[in-house]
Every structure is written in structure tokens, then in C-alpha cells.
Design a protein around this ligand. Structure first.
Ligand code: G3P
Length: 217
């Protein structure tokens, strides 16, 4: 399973990269705004800084919602750096644009996916990644993980190459459950990734090993 970090915070991206487990980054307009990155030039500079830190795919989201606008914006984003993946919303105009980008050999991440029907359309259009938002489904008392399982079944039935990128991850168990179900990628906050490190028996065991070592010396 690939690990992406879901942030535009450069320090957190550097920290995840230094762990040696990072495969890519996802951003969205809200995450950029959270870091105070506004204005087209600053946003572009920020994408380039992220691409300098990581080796893998970096999702950059379009703001346009019409086909022509999405295509123009997406091509501009893709021309910035070879690691840029064009993040396109799951809307009718977005599906058309994903088909266009796929035909041009450009990578896409179909975002704001909340149903298996939407995921099926994204795969048919040739999306590189599909991003089901599991946390936001959980927030409205709907089983986000069940959606990941349904999409896995559908994609496996037809050997679709679109990768399931589980997004809107809220905690460490989401990552583990996505891995059990067979998501291809999870994109999560650094805190959820680092949560995978923890076990009290590891801490207790290490403390005992170090104390015993001291006694023996
Ligand atoms: O990047 C998209 C997605 O991961 C957003 O997550 O926490 O805003 O629902 P969240």
C-alpha cells in the first residue's frame, strides 16, 4: 500500500519524507488556505516546494468547474512539474476532463467521491486515482470503509487500473482498515501515520531492555 500525506504543511511533509515511507502528497484548496498560501503565484511556488521535498505524485486541485476551465487549469498545473497529478472534482465536467487528460497521458486524481457509482465512472473515464472521502462519510453516520470495500470489488471485477486512494482519513485505525480491505493508497494526516508506530508493550519492552543493559554494565 502507498502512503501519501494529506497536507500542504511543508514541515510535516519533510517529517513524513524523512521517515522513509512517503510515496506522495495530496493537497486541496482548504489545506492550502490553512497554510496561508493564497494567490496563484504563491500556490504554484508551494507546489514546486512540495515536489522538491518528495519523490512521488503530488495532487494539485483545479478550481474551475467547467470543462474548458478544468482542462486549461489542469494542463497548466501538469506543466509545472512531472510529479503533479491533476486533482479533478467528481462532477460531469470533471469526468469529461479526466477522459481528456487520460487521452493526453496526464495523471488525474478524481476527488470528492462518496459513492461506488461515482468511483465506477472515474475508472471508466481513466482516472489514475479515485479519492473516496471515508471520514466525511463516517461524519454523517455512513460507513466510509464499506465504500472502500465496494469500490475494491468493482475494480477487481473488471481489472480497472484506477488506484483507490482512501482520503479524509481521520485516525490510525482508518489506515489499518484500508490496508485490510485493499486500498491501493491512503492519504492521511501525519498524526495518523505516526500513530502506527505506537504500542505500549514496545515502550515497556524497550525500557526493560535498556535498564537490563545498564545493570549488566
Ligand atoms: O484531501 C481530501 C481529503 O482527504 C479531505 O479530508 O479531513 O477534510 O475530510 P477532510
Amino acid at each position: 500500500m502507498k502512503f501519501f500525506i494529506d497536507t500542504a504543511n511543508l514541515d510535516q511533509i519533510k517529517e513524513a519524507q524523512s521517515l522513509g515511507i512517503l510515496d506522495g502528497v495530496t493537497t486541496n484548496p482548504s489545506l492550502m488556505a490553512k497554510e496561508g498560501v493564497t494567490g496563484q503565484k504563491n500556490i504554484i511556488d508551494h507546489y514546486l516546494k512540495i515536489c522538491d521535498i518528495v519523490d512521488g505524485d503530488v495532487s494539485a486541485e483545479v478550481i474551475s468547474v467547467d470543462y474548458k476551465g478544468i482542462v486549461k487549469e489542469g494542463e497548466e498545473l501538469a506543466s509545472l512539474h512531472k510529479q503533479i497529478v491533476i486533482k479533478v472534482p467528481m462532477i460531469e465536467e470533471g469526468v469529461k476532463a479526466i477522459r481528456y487528460f487520460n487521452d493526453k497521458g496526464l495523471k488525474t486524481n478524481c476527488t470528492l467521491v462518496f459513492s461506488s457509482g461515482q468511483a465506477l465512472l472515474a475508472a471508466k473515464a481513466g482516472a489514475t486515482y479515485v479519492s473516496p472521502f471515508i471520514g466525511r462519510l463516517d461524519d454523517i453516520s455512513t460507513d466510509g470503509l464499506e465504500l472502500i470495500g465496494d469500490i475494491r470489488d468493482i475494480y477487481d471485477n473488471y481489472a480497472y487500473e484506477t488506484e483507490i486512494l482512501a482520503a479524509s482519513i481521520r485516525h490510525t485505525m482508518h489506515i489499518i482498515d484500508c490496508a485490510k480491505i485493499g486500498a491501493d493508497v491512503v492519504t492521511s494526516p501525519l498524526s495518523a501515520i505516526k500513530g502506527l508506530l505506537n504500542h505500549p508493550l514496545t515502550d515497556l519492552g524497550l525500557e526493560k531492555f535498556l535498564n537490563d543493559h545498564k545493570k549488566g554494565n
